[in-house]
Design a protein around this ligand. Structure first.
Ligand SMILES: Nc1ncnc2c1ncn2[C@@H]1O[C@H](COP(=O)(O)OP(=O)(O)O)[C@@H](O)[C@H]1O
Ligand SMILES: [Mg+2]
Length: 271
């Protein structure tokens, strides 16, 4: 392990002020009887507010399963996740759906766009789900697509968009309602290097705020530059937690935030 790595089994500081996502004793089994397989094993971890956290690890180690549980899309077999102080297990049925619609933006690996809607309509869906008129929701979708460099494609259907363009529509839809938690499953996989950097920069700019969290699953090493923290998974467990490259670079320019823990005040000035 590197010097920054801490054992994942370390008891996390309970009620850490800026632990926006608290994962406690989380396990997940798929299948029944002799087919039963444990895919996540007793995961305990915190994800800090105001940070972009990467979840990395080999294919099949459980990354998508873990973020699906964090986002309230899948329920755990054991343990629980609290988002911003609310245990997901305390939310039943519609209450969980409403909480998720308001608080969570999810970029699915396969995008999950609706093929009969335009890019702007797809991007505006969370606003429509929150009760806005179709016209207002579409306008919000359009504005978000504009920020992602997609102004020329707002009226296109999924079938008229490249993979990278569809990915940006999926990202716009995840950000449009200003959710406190944004979860992205391999958001740069369909993008070329330059677009990948643009998208990660926009994710930082739009979604990393003192009271917000971004979790990005990735295989893409170029994304490491944008991360505050990296959680490494292996075989259903988090095996190491370390600082990302962004953490060490950001000090001189980072705005002071209330969510930043009261460490020694730094008076760093740009070199
Ligand atoms: N719905 C499911 N039913 C059964 N097995 C599943 C299901 N979803 C995922 N798995 C299995 O769980 C393991 C972890 O999958 P996943 O979370 O998708 O990994 P990753 O995203 O790291 O590639 C894999 O072995 C996968 O085959
Ligand atoms: Mg996956």
């Amino acid at each position: 392990m590197t010097d920054k790595a801490v054992p994942a089994t370390d008891k996390p500081a309970a009620n850490t002020k800026n632990a926006a996502v608290q994962i406690r004793g989380l396990s997940k089994d798929f299948g029944d009887g002799s087919e039963k397989r444990r895919v996540l094993s007793d995961i305990t971890a915190d994800v800090n507010a105001g940070e972009l956290t990467l979840l990395v690890g080999p294919s099949g180690c459980g990354k998508t399963t873990l973020i699906s549980i964090i986002a309230g899309i899948l329920s755990p077999t054991e343990g629980d996740v609290s988002l911003f102080g609310t245990p997901l297990a305390s939310l039943k049925g519609n209450a969980l759906v409403r909480f998720r619609l308001k608080k969570v933006g999810f970029v699915f690996q396969q995008f999950n766009l609706l093929p009969t809607l335009t890019a702007a309509e797809n991007a505006g869906l969370p606003m429509a789900a929150a009760g806005q008129s179709r016209a207002d929701a579409t306008k919000k979708g359009l504005d978000m697509l504009d920020k992602l460099g997609m102004a020329a494609f707002v009226g296109k259907l999924q079938s008229q968009l490249s993979g990278g363009q569809q990915q940006r529509v999926a990202i716009a839809r995840a950000l449009v309602h200003g959710p406190q938690l944004v979860v992205c499953d391999e958001p740069t996989s369909a993008l070329d290097a330059a677009t990948g950097r643009t998208v990660m920069g926009l994710l930082r700019e739009l979604a990393v705020k003192p009271d917000r969290v971004v979790i990005v699953v990735t295989h893409d090493e170029r994304v490491y530059d944008f991360a505050d923290r990296v959680l490494e998974m292996e075989d259903g467990r988090i095996v190491a937690t370390r600082e990302g490259k962004h953490q060490s670079q950001k000090a001189p320019h980072a705005p002071a935030t209330e969510a930043t823990p009261a460490t020694k005040p730094t008076t760093a000035t740009p070199a």
